[in-house]
Design a protein around this ligand. Structure first.
Ligand SMILES: Cc1cc2nc3c(=O)[nH]c(=O)nc-3n(C[C@H](O)[C@H](O)[C@H](O)COP(=O)(O)OP(=O)(O)OC[C@H]3O[C@@H](n4cnc5c(N)ncnc54)[C@H](O)[C@@H]3O)c2cc1C
Length: 476
């Protein structure tokens, strides 16, 4: 461990909330990415004053601080590339206010997404950004990554639901950003800037979030396609038709095979499955939208069209998509499912071509890749299934990732739809945003002149993700 005044940290948060044990440092050194590094110490603040005191100390000593929620980020956002203090925010997990009449709630950053939605349910409302990791993802982490989920096609990403926040700046001062109102035109919207800043600008200690009514009616439909291109065209046509689906998901043939192999759900072995959902307070509105989406699917050769309002039936239809992530992890004994080039967004008209291109790139580079995701939002997820103990597989992954991002830029897509940049996507991010990087560096400097908050990420991350840190795997 580097020289750090641990007693001073103990003085701020108490002995129980400072961890220096090598096993703890190992655990806190990785997230859901391929990366690994060690913090010098883990500190678990319980309130805003403690966060302020820790930041003031770190700023004075120029010690890196990595703010961490659930640690489920997929790109190395919470991996401490330069060591320092990992600030575990999970003790700050209180829901401070649910205000149905003004349609907002105030929460501490360590509140887990599912816990918030559980608390909101009796009020007949829900907080919609909800990523698939909602059982572990915290509101602070969702803000850090601008997370989104299956229903973001209708209800938006985290940035759309954040009205305001309290933030501790690197020097330990506390600022209140945004408002409690639905609209605000009062200068720069700095709270929106904090969303998606990956813990590089400040530590969120309180968030004011809007929520929406739980719709009375939800209907989920499914269509099978023999050709990926037809499913892609159906997505583009649905989104251009004026219908606003509350979910529009693509599942490709590799993903279908993975689910069938590991779960015996008997999904049809076609090139693509589309899942589409409509929701509303009035059933006729849902009928209308589901019918419109079915017509588009039929027009493009969709078969096996089914749909249901019944919650249990809907859960059954959605099961294949829901279990996809674990299915990919269990695809083979020797293959690991890695999050690399994993969540681009592309224009709707390029959705099918993107999925096809991903498969071609994978084949050319001797790895397996899936293509699936929240296509109604333009988001295309992938996973690379590879043998992580083989050096040649990492070389293949490096080439495949570079080729994918080059293609994404060529169709005017973007590097990340929701998982963020961290370390893994830094070079693609820099290539995409080359003309605004200096502006971003100046913003970072204005917030954090000593560069203590999550250094070595985003604009300042290593160009080569393979060698940027240790890998979470041992290469034979
Ligand atoms: C199985 C699985 C499924 C997933 N599905 C989705 C999905 O559907 N959609 C999606 O968007 N993502 C998804 N993710 C990625 C990830 O779970 C989300 O981005 C989630 O929002 C991260 O939350 P967290 O609490 O784990 O954040 P962490 O990983 O701990 O942190 C994420 C970022 O936020 C910063 N941060 C954390 N707390 C604060 C704070 N208080 N103040 C300032 N910055 C802070 C961190 O420094 C870091 O940069 C998935 C991950 C897994 C493992």
């Amino acid at each position: 461990m580097e020289k750090i005044d641990v007693p001073r940290l103990i003085n701020i948060v108490g002995e129980d909330n400072v961890k220096t044990d090598p096993a703890d440092l190992y655990i806190y050194g990785s997230d859901s990415s391929v990366h690994s590094a060690r913090p010098w110490v883990v500190v678990r603040p319980g309130n805003t004053e403690q966060v302020q005191a820790i930041m003031a100390f770190a700023n004075e000593e120029k010690i890196p601080v990595i703010t961490r929620g659930g640690g489920s980020g997929m790109c190395g956002q919470t991996v401490p590339v330069k060591g320092g203090i990992t600030l575990d925010m999970k003790r700050m997990n209180r829901i401070l206010e649910i205000n149905p009449s003004d349609v907002f709630c105030r929460v501490q950053p360590g509140v887990v997404d599912d816990d918030l939605n559980h608390a909101l349910k009796p009020f007949g409302v829900f907080y919609p950004p909800t990523p698939a990791s909602s059982r572990i993802a915290t509101i602070g982490g969702e803000i850090g990554n601008n997370a989104s989920g299956v229903r973001s096609v209708k209800y938006g990403a985290t940035r759309d639901s954040v009205l305001g926040m309290k933030v501790v700046l690197p020097d330990g001062s506390l600022v209140t950003l945004g408002a409690r109102t639905r609209v605000e035109a009062t200068g720069y919207q700095l709270h929106k800037l904090i969303v998606g800043s990956e813990g590089t600008l400040g530590v969120v200690v309180e968030a004011t979030l809007s929520f929406v009514p739980i719709p009375k009616f939800r209907c989920l439909g499914m269509a099978n396609f023999d050709r990926l291109e037809d499913a892609g065209q159906a997505i583009a046509d649905i989104m251009a038709s004026g219908v606003v689906p509350s979910m529009l998901e693509l599942v490709d043939s590799v993903a279908i095979k993975a689910v069938n192999k590991t779960m015996d759900l008997g999904l049809p072995e076609v090139e693509a499955v589309l899942l589409y959902e409509a929701d509303a307070m009035v059933k006729e509105a849902v009928d209308h939208e589901i019918n419109a989406m079915q017509q588009v699917c039929k027009k493009h050769g969709g078969t096996g069209l089914t749909s249901s309002y019944d919650a249990a039936e809907r859960a059954k239809i959605f099961m294949g998509r829901k279990k996809l992530f674990p299915a990919l992890s269990k695809f083979s004994d020797v293959l690991s499912s890695t999050s690399l080039a994993d969540d681009m967004a592309v224009p709707y008209s390029k959705m099918a071509e993107t999925a096809r291109t991903i498969h071609e790139i994978a084949e050319r580079n001797n790895i397996i890749m899936t293509a699936y995701g929240h296509c109604g939002s333009g988001c295309m997820h992938t996973k690379i299934l590879m043998e992580p103990t083989r050096q040649d597989q990492w070389e293949s992954a490096r080439t495949a990732v570079a080729e994918i991002y080059e293609y994404v830029r060529s169709v005017k897509g973007t590097t990340s739809a929701e998982h963020g940049i961290g370390i893994s996507k830094a070079s693609a991010f820099k290539a995409e945003k080359s003309d605004s990087l200096d502006l971003m560096r100046n913003i970072k400097k204005a917030f954090d002149p000593n560069n203590i908050l999550n250094p070595g990420k985003l604009m300042d991350a290593h160009e080569d993700w393979v060698t940027a840190t240790d890998l979470r795997y041992t290469i034979a």
